[in-house]
Structure formats: C-alpha cells, structure tokens
Design a protein around this ligand. Structure first.
Ligand SMILES: Cc1cc2nc3c(=O)[nH]c(=O)nc-3n(C[C@H](O)[C@H](O)[C@H](O)COP(=O)(O)O)c2cc1C
Length: 154
C-alpha cells in the first residue's frame, strides 16, 4: 500500500485537526497514512514517501509554527534534493495579516520546489477571517484534489 505522509505545522491545533480529518479520505483512496506533528527531515527522506501533504499555519509575522521549525531548518541546511517528491499544501492563515498572509505555507512551498519537489495542483489557503473551521474548506478540497490529480490507488 502506498504511503501518504502528512506534515503538520501548528500553533493552536487547527492544522493538526485538518490532518486528522482528511486522513480517512486518503485511506479510502488506498493509502497508508502517517501524521507527523513533530516532523524531522528523516520522516520525509528516511523511508519511502509516495505522496506528502503539508498542513501549515502561520504565526508571528509570517513565521513558521515552532513544531515545524526543526524540519524547515534541516531542509534549508541539508538541501536533500527532493526530485521524486510529489506533494500538496494546505496553508492556514488570516488575511488581516496583510503583509504576511499564509507566509509560512508560502515559504515552505517555495522551499520544497527549490529542492526539486513537485506540487500537485494549486496550494489551498484557508483564511481564518472567512472560515472558522479550516476543516470545512480542507475536506472538500482534498476530495477534489484526490480526484483531479488521479491519486486514487484502490
Ligand atoms: C499570534 C498570531 C500571529 C499570527 N500571524 C499570522 C501571520 O503572520 N499570517 C497569517 O496569515 N496568519 C497569522 N495568524 C493566523 C493563524 O495562522 C490562523 O489563525 C491559523 O488558522 C492558526 O492555525 P493553527 O491552529 O494550526 O495554529 C496568526 C495568529 C496568531 C494568534
């Protein structure tokens, strides 16, 4: 069974909640799912990753949540080369932070592509100003993502 890894960056648990809520959708699509809420680079590169999903909120002024900072630092310092990685990205943010809206998700997206990884489809940005529960937007988006990118394996 192919492995889908979900990497979470969260301050208050919203992005982790998204990861947990979308898990059954991937299981139904034929994947084994692992959620990393204290991710390290080894979680990504140390074992096969058929598909990855990043669920990342933003804190401070466009900053990464603390739990994903070690992962990002390792990615920046070790430049592993991610040419075979296919991923999706869900960024949680708040558009009242005009200059740093979804800053962490956008930066991570750039970082991953800089390492040669391929994002499948567009990034989802969930705006807390418009959507109280990020799941409400993330669940239909993931359903559509699986369909549009033909990710179903079962
Ligand atoms: C102290 C603080 C700083 C924030 N800074 C930003 C920011 O710079 N850009 C942004 O888009 N959202 C920002 N947000 C909004 C959060 O990213 C948003 O509420 C998100 O849904 C939180 O997700 P989480 O529960 O996974 O941490 C900030 C929220 C707080 C409380």
């Amino acid at each position: 069974m192919p492995m889908l890894k979900i990497f979470v960056g969260t301050m208050y648990g919203g992005a982790l909640d998204v990861a947990e809520q979308v898990t059954p959708l991937f299981e139904e699509a034929g994947y084994q799912v692992a959620i990393y809420d204290q991710p390290t680079l080894d979680d990504l590169t140390g074992s096969p990753t058929d598909l990855a999903l990043f669920c990342v909120s933003t804190t401070g002024s466009g900053d990464y949540p603390g739990n994903i900072v070690p992962f990002v630092r390792e990615l920046e310092s070790q430049s592993p080369g991610l040419g075979t990685l296919r991923y999706g990205l869900i960024a949680l943010g708040d558009s009242s932070y005009v200059d740093s809206y979804c800053g962490a998700g956008r930066s991570l997206d750039e970082l991953l592509q800089g390492q040669g990884a391929s994002r499948l489809g567009e990034r989802l940005e969930v705006d807390a100003m418009e959507t109280f529960m990020a799941d409400d937007e993330a669940l239909p988006w993931v359903e559509e993502w699986i369909e549009a990118q033909q990710l179903k394996v079962a």
